[in-house]
Design a protein around this ligand. Structure first.
Ligand code: HT7
Ligand code: ZN
Length: 868
């Protein structure tokens, strides 16, 4: 296989100070004329004489150097490379290529989505548009002319500012053809190039920057979706103000544009001045969008906007440094969301996501460092480790330096590296320079894969509390031996009534200890033996092992001022109860009775913060429960989890009914308070649904029918369907009838059905694959149906008869021929193969082995790592 290694990095042989693109969009094909100004890179002492450019799926029509056509003997085209022999020090190269965006289902490069043309160039899509050194350390000033039929494509967009436009004399549509030229004054790597041609509606606004410049904000979507852009606009303006206030970063062009696109491989893309978004991450309206999706829009809009500095102005030297921009930008968007919403709730949601998704990645066959050392297809490394763990690595630096020094360090980073392509080491060096700290040990977080396990043991003797922390990172593929990491452990020590004790003479009740060696002991003189509140705020991405007894966990759950530690205590109580059901065959009712006082305590205080109460009362997913039991037996896990939830529904029936009633709002509101109430109300209804409480089917049908927003409507539908309650099928039909023209809503309709636990769902998913609204070319739809089955429904996916595995293999094959990136991502869903009960593991292995033959490079890399 074709492996790219970090150790082999060489600076580019040729630089491209200027690029002019002429993109002539015709029916069925597009002609791209690229004029590159090239010069030999003085940083390359070996003075390579040949120029090598990247290109895929391009039909080269002509090539000329400094205006003279090149004969075939002067260049060679092979294996995605164009080599031009013996080029001068400085020259212009003009190529004309023909491409076929209409046939592009991979959604990389230039493609068509619902009648518009758009691009996706990160990571290596630009090479599908024209011949170019497609690597992030070649920064070029782009001018782009887009030409198309005026009637069908009245809007022609690219990066930067529009500088000229006009009509074309030749006309092939009723309205004739037109063109627009865009100039981007900022040098950028080609992965940030973007182009859109279409007939779109626009929501316009302006933002005045701190230095008084007016920026035009244009948000584009299909005409029918114009009423779904307000939330994104509000979010964008908040993000722009936040970046000025918190990081001192202003926007730098006269116009900032976002375009909503239905067919998109990921969430969104931060192209300079022209962000392109998956409709799912930008469109929002209470009638069609859940509260959770509203929050996602706010955070993704902010994330992409923040990239303007962390990613665009300062970019990555090579793709191994991806976390330089992604980890940092996720940290920035998480902090933004914390400032805009409830910090405690946002933190728990982020940690919950990391622990349930990134930790398993880091402990399985796909484990890799935040800065990987090698890859076959870089697309496969847009991972939770690079993004979410990468964000935690930045968060730890923020914690180690403190907010003020961290800001000084980021100021230094942006100033020193503006307009450059740099490395993760460059980022940490700024932290070191500003703080005067040696962070060489810390840098291992970038290079060492795996989730560290921190063991805590304590003693209390003669008024001295001693806490011994030891760390160990298990082996991961290709990395047998691990070195100790620098781990900040924030802690408090609580007295028996849950009050934090003073840890020093100054009366501080919280401190951060740094675990740098394999084992270290930290001592505190205390008047009583405390309950330790450890890893507060989840101060490091580690697994904490401490032998909490049930009383300590109940103390933490009831009294800890740290939102993460309260939630963590609840999770530990749930996991232990479920383990006793799964491993020791104890009854769910018995376990529930043990927890009942603690849960009633949470419910009593629910009105203080309904969203937090909902988090505390939500059980771990079956996937998370299964990850704690070996061998993994999804059916058994499902039986235990279901029994426990039913017991919880029955035992607290009155509380759930009271909450469901009292949290009902007279009319829809979009604020955080109302969202928190809806969240807890829907949770209460779901426990009643699970318990099949008297009259609940009627209540849910009413909630479904009279819903004030999509959160209630889809919430009620999901509870009806997943519990097979009366009226479920009718509600499904009504929902499809009502929302058949709203693609994002229909995604939820597919997902709700794929989420029903149990093996029968496999047949349902199979049938839905033939539904007229199911489209293999639409990644959101594939994720909704097949992604939900594979990643969110273990008792169906791992059906004992192997039907889920066969369906998965079938889906992977079909998808791989259409969109290899999406197929490879879906393939990740098999990563628990070796943890499964033996018969299930054999069945999955057999199904995947068949897919491996003839798989794309993307999918092959994933399958090879999983199959071993
Ligand atoms: N930086 C963007 C990554 C992205 C992407 C990567 C591979 C294939 C398709 C893609 N679409 C977007 C998104 C981000 O992290 O901000
Ligand atoms: Zn990003």
């Amino acid at each position: 296989a074709n492996v790219t290694r970090l150790a082999d990095y060489l600076p580019p042989a040729y630089l491209v100070p200027r690029t002019h693109l002429d993109v002539d969009i015709r029916d069925g094909h597009t002609l791209v004329t690229a004029t590159l100004t090239l010069e030999r890179n003085p940083a390359r002492d070996d003075r390579p004489e040949d120029l090598v450019l990247d290109g895929e799926h391009l039909e080269l029509l002509s090539l000329s150097l400094d205006g003279a056509a090149l004969p075939a003997s002067r260049y060679r085209e092979a294996d995605g490379r164009l080599t031009v022999f013996s080029v001068p020090e400085r020259f212009q190269l003009t190529s004309v290529v023909r491409i076929e965006p209409e046939k592009n289902t991979a959604l990389e490069g230039l493609y068509r989505s619902n009648g518009m043309y758009c691009t996706q160039c990160e990571a290596e899509g630009f090479r599908r548009i024209t011949w170019f050194p497609d690597r992030p350390d070649v920064l070029s000033r782009f001018t782009t002319t887009v030409r198309a039929d005026r009637e069908h494509y009245p809007l022609l967009l690219s990066n930067g500012n529009p500088v000229a436009s006009g009509e074309e004399s030749e006309g092939d549509g009723q309205g004739g053809r037109h063109w627009v030229t865009w100039e981007d004054p900022f040098p950028k790597p080609c992965y940030l190039f973007a182009l859109v041609a279409g007939d779109l509606a626009c929501l316009k606004d302006t933002f005045t920057t701190a230095s008084g410049r007016q920026v035009a904000l244009h948000l584009y979507a299909e005409h029918r979706d114009l009423d779904k852009l307000d939330h994104a606009m509000v979010s964008l303006k908040k993000a722009m103000a936040w970046d000025e206030r918190v990081y001192g970063r202003e926007y730098d062009l006269d116009i900032f544009q976002i375009v909503a696109v239905s067919h998109f491989n990921m969430g969104a893309m931060e192209n300079k001045g022209l962000n392109i978004f998956n409709t799912a991450c930008v469109l929002a309206h209470p009638a069609t969008t859940t509260d959770a999706a509203f929050e996602r829009v706010e955070s993704v809009v902010a994330h992409e906007y923040f990239h303007n500095w962390s990613g665009n102005r300062v970019t990555c030297r090579d793709w191994f440094q991806l976390s330089l921009k992604e980890g940092f930008t996720v940290f920035r968007d998480q902090e933004f969301s914390s400032d805009m919403n409830s910090r405690a709730v946002v933190r728990v949601e982020n940690v919950n996501f990391l622990v349930n998704h990134q930790f398993p990645e880091d402990q399985g066959p796909l484990a890799h460092p935040v800065r990987p050392a090698q890859y076959q297809k870089i697309d496969n490394f847009y991972t939770l480790t690079v993004y979410e763990k990468g964000a935690e690595v930045v968060r730890m630096q923020h914690e180690l330096l403190g907010a003020e020094d961290f800001r000084r360090a980021t100021d230094l980073y942006f100033e020193r590296f503006d307009g450059q392509a740099v490395t993760c080491d460059d980022f940490v060096t700024c932290m070191e320079e500003v703080s005067g700290r040696d962070l060489s040990g810390f840098k291992r977080w970038y290079s060492q894969a795996g989730t560290p396990i921190v063991r805590a043991e304590d003693t209390y003797v003669d008024g001295l509390y001693s806490l011994t922390l030891s760390q160990h990172t298990p082996a991961t593929p290709g990395q047998a031996d691990k070195q100790p990491l620098m781990i900040p452990v924030k802690l408090a020590l609580l007295d028996p009534r849950g009050k934090p004790l003073a840890l020093n003479d100054q009366g501080d009740t919280e401190t951060v200890v740094i675990l740098e060696r394999a084992t270290q002991t930290f001592s505190f003189p205390l008047p009583v033996k405390p309950t330790p509140s450890l890893l507060r705020g989840f101060s490091a991405p580690v697994i904490l092992r401490y032998d909490f007894d049930e009383t300590q966990l109940q103390t933490l759950l009831a009294h800890d001022s740290d939102g993460f530690c309260r939630w963590d205590a609840a999770q530990r109580l749930y996991f232990s109860a479920l383990a006793r059901i799964i491993e020791q065959g104890e009854s769910a009712e018995q376990q529930l009775e043990r927890l009942r006082p603690a849960l009633e305590g949470v419910i009593r205080r629910a009105a203080e913060d309904p969203a937090q109460a909902a988090l505390l009362l939500t059980l771990p997913t079956e996937t998370a429960i299964g990850d704690r039991h070996a061998p993994l037996d999804p059916a058994r896990v499902h039986r235990a989890a279901h029994a426990f939830k039913v017991a919880l529904g029955r035992a607290l029936d009155e509380d759930w009914r009271r909450l469901a009633e009292s949290l009902r709002e007279p009319e829809y509101r979009a604020d955080g308070d109302a969202m928190g109430k809806r969240r807890l109300r829907m949770l209460a209804l779901s426990y009643l649904g699970l318990a099949k409480a008297d009259g609940i089917a009627d209540d849910l049908q009413r909630t479904f029918r009279d819903a004030s927003c999509m959160t209630e409507e889809i919430g009620a539908l999901g509870i009806l369907v997943s519990n097979g309650l009366d009226g479920a099928e009718t509600a499904l039909e009504q929902f499809a009838e009502r929302w058949r023209d709203e693609a994002l809503v229909m995604d939820q309709w597919f997902a709700v059905q794929a989420a029903v636990p149990g093996p029968a769902t496999v047949a349902r998913v199979k049938a839905l694959m033939s539904h007229p609204d199911f489209e293999w070319t639409l990644p959101n739809r594939v994720r909704a149906l097949i992604g939900t089955l594979v990643n969110g429904n273990p008792s169906a996916f791992h059906a004992e008869d192997g039907s889920g595995h066969r369906l998965f293999a079938e889906a992977l094959k079909t998808l791989d021929a259409i969109n290899p990136q999406i197929a490879a991502r879906l393939g990740n869903g098999a990563a628990r193969l070796d943890r499964l009960r033996e018969d299930l593991s054999t069945s999955l292995r057999t199904a995947l082995s068949e897919v491996r033959e003839g798989a794309s490079a993307n999918l092959a890399e994933v399958l090879d790592r999983i199959l071993g």
